[in-house]
Write a protein that binds this ligand. Structure first.
Ligand code: FAD
Length: 493
C-alpha cells in the first residue's frame, strides 16, 4: 500500500529557511513564508503550467500518518531515492521554486549508504584543482549556511544536526606521508583554505590520546566540520514534509520504481511506475545511489537511448561504540592513507560483479571521531563486494585493530568488551570509475536527470549537488561548472 505520509510540522520548523547564494536569485538568508515562495522562471513555467493543469489527484495529506489511497499522483518533480542526495534535491526545489516534489524510495530514508555515513564535511582530503573541488567547496559553504539558518531559527545545530566545528586532522606516520601532508597544506592554503602543518609535538598538544612518534605529523584544517547523517536527514525530512500542507511534497516509501512512464509509444518520459503507484512528473531525477546503474538499465530498456551508468556499490563498515568514555578526541581524525584508498576506484579488467575474492580489494583506513552524543565512530572499510550489506565480523575487527594502532588506550580493551553497546553500520557507497559524481540530464532526454556516484563524499557534496540539479532545471545561473559531472561521455555517447 502506498505510504504517502506526512507529519505535523515541528513548531520550530514552521517558517522555512532559504539556502542562499550570493550569485543566485535566492540570495538572502531571510526566512520566507513558504507561500510567498520564489518565482518560477518563464522557461520553466511552460512546463509546470501544463503539469499543474493535468493534476487530478490530491497530492498530500494534511494530517499526520494519513495514507493517500489513490495510486496515481502528479508532481512537477519526481525524485527516485530518499538518501541524502534525493532528499536534499527535494529540499532545494521546495525552498528555491514553487514546484511540487514527490520522493519515492524502495525502502526508507537512510536505508542506503546515507545511514552508514560518518558525517565528515571535509575539505582536508580533497584536492584543490580537482574536478570535485569547486562542488565540495560550494557544498561546504551551503552546509554552514544551513547550520547557521537553524541557529537563527532557535534550533541548536549541535542538537539537531549533530554539528561539530572541531576541524579535521589528516594524520601521517612516515617521512613520505609527512611530505604528502606538507604539500597538501600548501595546496590547500594556496586555494584559500585555512590549513596548517602540525609537527609531532604540535599534534600531540592538539590530540593527546593519539600515538605520536618522531615521524608523525598532520594537516590541520580548522574550518572542517562534521554532522550526524541520520539526525541531519531527520531535520531535512521534517522540513520537506512541512510543504505537504501546500500540496507541494509527497513521499512514497517501501515502493520501488520499476519503469518509466512514456507518452504513447514515444521516448517522451512523463513519470515513473512503482510497484504500488503511478507517479506523473515533468522532471525525473534518479538519485538511487549505487542502484542507479541497474535501475536505469531497467528503466531505459525500451527506449532508443543507450544509457550505461557505471556506478558500483563500494561496501563500507562503520563501527559505532556508544557512550564511549575511554577515549577523549578533540577533532575528527583520518589517516592520510584514506586518500589513496578512496581514489583507488578501478578494478582493472574486471567488473565488480565478477570479483570472486573480494578480500583482494578490501582496504581499511582509520577514521575516528566522537559525535555530539558521546559515541565513538570508527571507520572505515572499502571493498567491491557486490550488493551485499551483510555485516562481516572480520572487517569490524580489522577496523578496531587499525584504530588501536593509533590510540594506545584502546589496546587496554578488547572489542568484545563493548559488544552490548556497539553498532556496526554497513553501507554501499555509489562509486563511479572516474571518482566523481554524475550530475545532469541524460543526453537526448533533458527531463531525466542523474545525481549519483558521490562515493565517500555524498554527505559533504549533497547540498552543492542539490543546488546544481535545481539550477539546471530552473535555468538559474550555474554556481559551479557543470561540465566535469556531465552524463554525456561518461554514461552515454
Ligand atoms: C561507512 C561509510 C562512511 C561514510 N562516511 C562519509 C562521510 O563521513 N562523509 C561523506 O560525505 N560521505 C560519507 N559516506 C558516503 C555517503 O554516505 C554516500 O556518498 C551518500 O550517502 C550517498 O547518498 P545517495 O543518496 O546517493 O545514496 P543512498 O543513501 O544509498 O540512497 C539511495 C536510495 O535509493 C533508493 N533506491 C534504490 N533503488 C531504488 C528503486 N528502484 N526505487 C526507489 N528507490 C530506490 C535506496 O533505497 C536508497 O534509499 C560514507 C559511506 C559509508 C558507507
Amino acid at each position: 500500500m502506498a505510504t504517502a505520509s506526512t507529519s505535523c510540522p515541528h513548531p520550530s520548523l514552521r517558517r522555512n529557511y532559504f539556502v542562499s547564494s550570493p550569485r543566485s536569485p535566492f540570495c538572502s538568508f531571510s526566512y520566507q513564508s513558504s507561500f510567498v515562495g520564489s518565482k518560477i522562471p518563464k522557461k520553466w513555467l511552460s512546463l509546470t503550467d501544463k503539469a499543474r493543469s493535468n493534476r487530478t489527484d490530491p497530492l498530500t495529506c494534511s494530517r499526520p500518518n494519513l495514507t493517500c489511497s489513490s495510486s496515481s499522483h502528479t508532481s512537477d518533480v519526481v525524485i527516485i531515492g530518499a538518501g541524502v542526495i534525493g532528499l536534499t534535491i527535494a529540499r532545494q526545489f521546495l525552498l528555491g521554486s514553487d514546484l511540487s516534489v514527490a520522493v519515492v524510495d524502495k525502502a526508507v530514508p537512510c536505508s542506503g549508504a546515507t545511514g552508514a555515513g560518518q558525517g565528515y564535511l571535509w575539505m582536508a582530503h580533497k584536492t584543490p584543482g580537482s574536478d570535485i573541488w569547486e562542488l565540495a567547496m560550494r557544498s561546504h559553504e551551503l552546509w554552514r549556511m544551513f547550520a547557521e539558518s537553524l541557529h537563527e531559527q532557535g534550533m541548536n545545530p549541535q542538537d539537531h544536526l549533530g554539528w561539530k566545528n572541531t576541524g579535521s586532522l589528516l594524520i601521517g606516520r612516515t617521512p613520505e606521508e609527512l611530505d604528502v601532508l606538507k604539500r597538501r597544506v600548501k595546496l590547500l592554503s594556496d586555494a584559500g583554505l585555512r590549513s596548517e602543518y602540525l609537527s609531532a609535538s604540535d599534534l600531540l598538544l592538539k590530540e593527546p590520546a593519539l600515538m605520536v612518534e618522531k615521524d608523525s605529523g598532520a594537516a590541520f584544517v580548522p574550518d572542517d566540520c562534521q554532522l550526524d547523517a541520520r539526525r541531519a536527514i531527520d531535520v531535512i525530512l521534517k522540513a520537506n514534509r512541512n510543504f505537504s500542507t501546500q500540496g507541494r511534497y509527497t513521499e512514497f516509501f517501501h515502493d520501488p520504481v520499476t519503469s518509466l512512464l512514456r507518452s504513447g509509444g514515444s521516448d517522451e518520459v512523463v513519470g515513473v511506475k512503482t510497484v504500488k503507484n503511478t507517479l506523473h512528473g515533468k522532471v525525473i531525477v534518479v538519485a538511487a545511489g549505487c542502484w542507479s546503474g541497474s535501475l536505469t538499465q531497467d528503466l531505459f530498456r525500451e527506449l532508443d537511448i543507450v544509457l550505461n551508468v557505471p556506478v558500483k556499490p563500494r561496501k563500507g563498515h562503520l563501527l559505532v561504540l556508544k557512550n564511549f568514555s575511554y577515549l577523549q578526541l578533540n577533532h575528527a581524525l583520518m589517516e592520510v592513507g584514506y586518500v589513496a584508498h578512496q581514489t583507488a576506484t578501478q578494478l582493472p579488467g574486471r567488473l565488480t560483479s565478477e570479483v570472486s575474492d573480494h578480500r583482494q580489494n578490501l582496504s581499511i583506513s582509520m577514521t575516528a571521531t566522537i559525535d555530539t552524543l558521546g559515541n565513538l565512530l570508527l571507520g572505515s572499510s572499502r571493498e567491491f563486494a557486490g550488493f551485499s550489506t551483510e555485516m562481516e565480523e572480520s572487517v569490524t575487527n580489522r577496523i578496531w585493530e587499525r584504530a588501536t594502532d593509533f590510540f594506545p588506550k584502546l589496546k587496554e580493551h578488547s572489542l568484545s568488551d563493548f559488544i552490548k553497546r556497539r553498532e556496526v553500520r554497513v553501507g554501499l557507497r555509489p562509486c563511479m570509475p572516474d571518482g566523481k559524481p554524475v550530475i545532469g540530464p541524460v543526453t537526448g532526454l533533458s527531463n531525466v536527470l542523474l545525481a549519483t556516484g558521490h562515493e565517500g563524499g555524498g554527505l559533504s557534496m549533497a547540498l552543492g549537488t542539490a543546488e546544481m540539479i535545481a539550477d539546471m532545471v530552473l535555468g538559474n545561473q550555474e554556481k559551479v561548472d557543470y561540465a566535469p559531472f556531465a552524463v554525456q561521455g561518461r554514461c552515454c555517447q
